[in-house]
Design a protein around this ligand. Structure first.
Ligand code: NAD
Length: 312
């Protein structure tokens, strides 16, 4: 089967390309990416074909989609703070971009599309754990753009019979996730600073909680989803119901590194939610064979990747 991955040169996309290279039944992987935050080098050794282009451009989609059995739509302008800095750009890439991908899927009769959404759509709804049928209450332009992407996927499934699966990713971390830029995610930012012997920057008191998910686990779900052509009429959380604070992550990091990590607390970030934890029942019902890599093991693998720069 042929699988097209939008955003395939990004963090999750390149990990997925690597996974699909050894997945029985997958014969061709195409990564479509404009390299705005991804890196062509992420695809070294994966065998995936990189097509550099804009996922929002119909002619680019017409080049990559013919013959595809599945599209994993990961291409997006991620990050809450980036969306606050430039809401229009996030809308264009994430909402309009998804609409164009779905149009492409429809034009080329691709049997399945998997759409990456985000736990940020729950926003300031305080209820925990986050069940998929809770009221969504986005508090950032990024979250709104992801909710729009979900809505389009659902509407295309109903109106045009497209096989769609929308997955709400929580905090994904692991090898290939970059640190050292203004919008870096928390785990790579912590690991890079700690390995460099620098103080880590903690927004707020550090007691905000997240359902951290190792990227290898996310790839297990995505690979199973495309091979088994899993679809669902409602969004599905992609996280396993764990709840760790940023301070918990730092404690684990200190344990793994064997030395204390200095913390520098700064103001909380606007648009960030306080607590996040997935209700995992729908995911478990669809992907019962997937077992998550525990946080400690995932952090260990992430530290090793930062140290060595090589993947298993
Ligand atoms: P990433 O930035 O590494 O990957 C996104 C990729 O999309 C990049 O390679 C980028 O170059 C590409 N891209 C952006 N705009 C494009 C365009 N117009 N045309 C073609 N390519 C384009 O981020 P990631 O962490 O790998 O995220 C993958 C997906 O998962 C995104 O949709 C993101 O919103 C979602 N997500 C991620 C997390 C997380 O914790 N990493 C959490 C929730 C949701």
């Amino acid at each position: 089967m042929k699988v097209v991955i939008t955003g395939g040169a990004g963090f999750i996309g390149a990990n997925l390309c690597r996974r699909l290279a050894t997945t029985p039944g997958v014969s061709e992987v195409v990564a479509l990416d404009d390299l705005s935050s991804g890196d062509a080098a992420n695809l070294d050794g994966t065998g995936a074909r990189l097509v550099i282009g804009d996922l929002g451009a119909p002619d680019v989609l017409d080049e990559v989609l013919p013959g595809a059995h599945a599209v994993v739509h990961l291409g997006a302008r991620p990050s809450v703070p980036r969306s606050i800095a430039d809401p229009r750009a996030s809308h264009l890439a994430n909402a309009t971009g998804t609409l164009e991908v779905l149009e492409g899927v429809r034009r080329h009769d691709v049997p399945q599309v998997v759409v990456a959404s985000s736990s940020s759509v729950y926003g300031d709804n305080p209820q925990l754990p986050k069940h998929e049928d809770l009221l969504t209450s986005p508090v950032s332009p990024y979250a709104v753009s992801k909710l729009a992407a979900e809505g389009y996927a659902s509407a295309y499934a109903r109106c045009f019979g497209i096989g769609a699966l929308t997955l709400r990713f929580f905090n994904v971390f692991g090898p290939l996730q970059p640190a050292g830029h203004a919008y870096a995610a928390v785990v790579p930012a912590f690991v890079a600073a700690a390995l460099a012997g620098e103080a880590v920057t903690v927004h707020g008191d550090g007691r905000q909680t997240r359902d951290f998910t190792y990227v290898g686990t996310v790839c297990d779900v995505l690979a199973t989803a495309v091979v088994d052509q899993v679809v669902h009429e409602r969004p599905v959380n992609l996280a396993f119901g764990s709840r760790s604070s940023l301070l918990d992550v730092l404690d684990l990091l200190e344990e793994l590194l064997g030395h204390p990590v200095e913390r520098r607390h700064v103001d909380p970030r606007p648009g960030d939610v306080r607590d996040s934890q997935a209700d995992q029942r729908r995911l478990r019902g669809l992907f019962g064979s997937v077992e998550p890599v525990p946080l400690r093991e995932g952090l260990h693998r992430t530290v090793e990747w930062f140290r060595s720069g090589t993947l298993d």
